[in-house]
Write a protein that binds this ligand. Sequence first.
Ligand code: PLP
Length: 421
Amino acid sequence: TAPLAELDPEVAQAMAGELARQRDTLEMIASENFVPRAVLQAQGSVLTNKYAEGYPGRRYYGGCEHVDVIEDLARTRAKELFGADFANVQPHSGAQANAAVLMALMNPGEKLLGLDLAHGGHLTHGMKLNFSGKLYEVESYGVSKEDHRIDMDEVRKIAVAAQPKVIVAGWSAYPRHEDFAAFRSIADEVGAYLWVDMAHFAGLVAAGLHPSPVPYADVVSSTVHKTLGGPRSGLILAKQEWAKKLNSAVFPGQQGGPLMHAIAAKAVSLKIAGTDEFKDRQQRTLTGAKILAERLTASDVSDKGVSVLTGGTDVHLVLVDLRNSQLDGQQGEDLLHEVGITVNRNAVPFDPRPPMVTSGLRIGTAALASRGFGDEQFTEVADIIGTALAGSSDVESLRGRVSKLAADFPLYEGLEDWRLI
Ligand code: PLP
């Protein structure tokens, strides 16, 4: 019964430090977001105590009458939000959702075709040290050297030659829409299943601000914690014919007991994702990314050899190309960290530097949009980043501007008192 701060002051202190960091700095890691308080409440709840192996109405444990209601709500909301026939909301994470998808769609040793990790793909799309690269034979497509976009004629050629069992679209670092109809037609042509991993752009899809892969793909997987703004976790959507295979691939295929506290938090965030407020937030996310891309293509920045991949963005992130700059990815990340802005370094396609250094930055706007930022604040953030990358030595004044923005948009007020979660 002792409160956390008394029972475990070391953990409590580190948590307080993290809360302060989130409040005092500007979070621009493209895969992160701030969850609403209701999501924190659901996640930090007594539901963590409950075992519920199986699915609603067919559990292997007693006492599941309340968690059944919660999981049913989450499944129904996921289906309604994305217009899908089927949803599984049990994956603990995006990677586990993807493991289940691959388990359902193909057998070990069969061929998977996905976007190269070095060109913006995800580890679970066939990277050689990941389970996906170890269990399956992998072929990759990339972006073109000229415009850094995925060339669908090229994808088609690779698919025809490779004859994959599954083609995966979706990405971790790519700033443009993909052509899902073209992916579908290539999959049909070569007799492959189409899987789309919409982890990054699911929130934009939910808001109707990004083309939906659902009508085209056999299976769609997602994380819930990126633009979608919910708890760290995954989900899977599909056509009804895949329901049985996907359910058994998640449980017992990949997981044991579902995390019912996380599923409750998913249900809450899927409800929020159907609101006008959510749509407005996704719109500010998109506009913010466009404002940032514009500022980073201005002459004072481009004169320093800094550019933006594809010249702009259609989504919630901007990929900064530092190949011709004095800064490498690590230095760029460190510089912005000093200024109080958190981003991650990221390899750019055809990157000459090693993966721990890289020549790029991935900068996202979803978390700041959740914090309430609109055009005015994104214009200020974009100028701070542009000025820093253009080589300003006045780090202190840039840090001051960041602190002002952070103070103007308070985060999780009153949360020190853990009873208030
Ligand atoms: N899929 C894509 C496209 C991602 O970008 C990510 C996370 O970065 C994942 C899956 C994996 O999500 P998780 O970190 O929850 O395993």
